[in-house]
Design a protein around this ligand. Structure first.
Ligand code: OSB
Ligand code: MG
Length: 369
C-alpha cells in the first residue's frame, strides 16, 4: 500500500475518575491519534504514551516530536508491502516504541480495511470472545476500594487488579481477600519496590494472588528472578519487557511466569505477536495490558487479545469505565459475563466518531495530499 497521507492529532479527554498508581495520578489525558491513508481508505491508531515520563520515558510530546520529525517523513509516499518493511523503516530510530506503535497500529487497521477483513482475523486471532478484568487505581480509603471492587464484580468483570505501593499493600490485600474470598485478584506495583521489600511479598503470598505485576525496577530482570525464587506467587512483568528478546531472557532466568503485553510498550503488533509467540512456546501465559486508551487504542487491544495465548483476563474494559463519550461507535461494551465480543466489520471494527474527535482536538498536523 502507498502511504499518501498521514494525520497526527492531539486530543484532550477527561477521565470520568482520576486514576492513581504508585507513580502518580492521571485525570486529563493528552492522546495522539494517528490516521494513515492510501488515497482511498484510512487506518486509525493511537499512541499510548502518558502525559509525563512516569510509566516510561515517552510522553505525548516526545511521541509527537518523534512521529512528526522522524517517523512520518520516512513513511510518507512510501509503498509498504508488509509490516516487516515498517519495522525496517523505523529500525534506525532507537527506542520510542509507543510513537512507533501508534503509526504501526494505523497501518494494520488500514491493511485490514483494504482486505475487507476484521483486524483480529488478519492478525491470526482465534478468540472471538475475550475475557476482561479491571485495573483499579489506589483509592482514598479502604471502604471506597471495597465498594469499587463490589461494583466492578457486579458488572461482570472476571478479575480484579489493584494497584499497590509501600504503605498500601499487605493490609489492603489482606482485607480485599477477606471481603472477596473467591475473586481472581492480582496486584500491580508499577516498580514501587526493591529486593529489600521481599518480606512484604512473602506476607502477601498468603492471599492467593494470581500475580504480582512489575514489583521491582522498570528495567530490571535480575532482581525479579531473585524475588521470584523467594516467593510462591507468580511475577508478571510489564515495564521491563519491550521485545520478544526481553521476554525470552526474562523467562530464561526465571524473572517472571506471566507477561503483560502492551502494543505501545513493545512498538506495535509485529513485536507484540513475537512476544506472544515466545511466551506460548515456553508455556508462559500472557494478557493484554491497558494504558487508559481512547476507543481507538481500546479497539486495537481487543483485536490483539484474540491471539490464542492471551489466556488470562486483560485490562481491557468498557468505554463507559473511562469516558463520558468515547471516540468510537459503538462504544466498547462488556457483557454481564465479563467478555467483549470481536466485531466482524473490517479493520478495528468500530467507526471513528469524527465530530467527537474534532471537538477534543488541540493540534493537528497533516503530511501529504
Ligand atoms: O501498569 O498497567 C499499568 C495505566 C497507565 C499506565 C500503566 C498501567 C495502567 C493501568 C490501567 O493499570 C489499565 C487500564 O485500565 O487501561
Ligand atoms: Mg502494569
Amino acid at each position: 500500500m502507498l502511504i499518501s497521507r498521514v494525520e497526527l492529532r492531539e486530543i484532550r479527554m477527561r477521565l470520568l475518575h482520576p486514576f492513581e498508581t504508585s507513580f502518580g495520578v492521571t485525570q486529563d489525558r493528552r492522546i495522539i491519534l494517528v490516521q494513515v491513508s492510501d488515497g482511498n481508505l484510512e487506518g486509525h491508531g493511537e499512541v499510548t504514551a502518558g502525559e509525563g515520563p512516569f510509566y516510561s520515558h515517552e510522553t505525548t510530546d516526545t511521541a509527537w516530536h518523534i512521529l512528526s520529525q522522524f517517523i512520518v517523513p520516512r513513511m510518507l509516499g512510501r509503498e509498504i508491502g508488509d509490516m516487516a518493511e515498517y519495522a525496517a523503516v523505523v529500525g534506525g530510530i532507537r527506542g520510542h516504541d509507543m510513537a512507533k506503535g501508534g503509526l504501526e497500529a494505523a497501518l494494520w487497521d488500514l491493511e485490514a480495511r483494504r482486505r475487507k477483513m476484521p483486524l483480529w482475523k488478519l492478525l491470526g486471532g482465534s478468540q472471538e470472545q475475550i475475557a476482561c478484568g479491571v485495573s483499579i487505581g489506589i483509592q482514598p480509603s479502604m471502604d471506597r476500594l471495597l465498594q469499587v471492587i463490589q461494583n466492578e464484580l457486579a458488572s461482570g468483570y472476571q478479575r480484579i487488579k489493584i494497584k499497590i505501593k509501600p504503605g498500601w499493600d499487605v493490609e489492603v490485600v489482606r482485607q480485599v481477600r477477606a471481603a472477596f474470598p473467591r475473586t481472581l485478584l492480582m496486584c500491580d506495583a508499577n516498580s514501587a519496590y526493591t529486593l529489600a521489600d521481599v518480606d512484604r511479598f512473602k506476607q502477601m503470598d498468603a492471599f492467593d494472588v494470581m500475580m504480582f505485576e512489575q514489583p521491582l525496577h522498570y528495567e530490571d530482570m535480575v532482581d525479579h528472578a531473585e524475588l521470584q525464587r523467594q516467593i510462591g506467587t507468580p511475577i508478571c512483568l510489564d515495564e521491563s519487557i519491550h521485545s520478544a528478546e526481553d521476554a525470552r531472557k526474562a523467562i530464561a532466568i526465571g524473572a517472571c511466569r506471566i507477561i503483560n503485553i502492551k502494543l505501545g510498550r513493545v512498538g506495535g503488533y509485529r513485536e507484540a505477536r513475537a512476544v506472544h509467540d515466545v511466551c506460548r512456546d515456553r508455556g508462559v501465559p500472557v494478557w493484554c495490558g491497558g494504558m487508559l486508551e481512547s476507543g481507538i487504542g481500546r479497539a486495537h487491544n481487543i483485536a490483539l487479545s484474540s491471539l490464542e495465548n492471551f489466556s488470562l483476563p486483560g485490562d481491557v474494559a468498557a468505554s463507559k469505565r473511562y469516558w463520558a463519550e468515547d471516540v468510537i461507535d459503538p462504544p466498547v461494551v462488556v457483557s454481564p459475563q465479563g467478555t467483549i465480543t470481536q466485531r466482524s466489520d473490517p479493520g478495528i471494527g468500530y467507526a471513528v466518531k469524527a465530530s467527537v474527535i474534532e471537538r477534543a482536538t488541540v493540534r493537528t498536523q497533516v503530511f501529504g495530499a
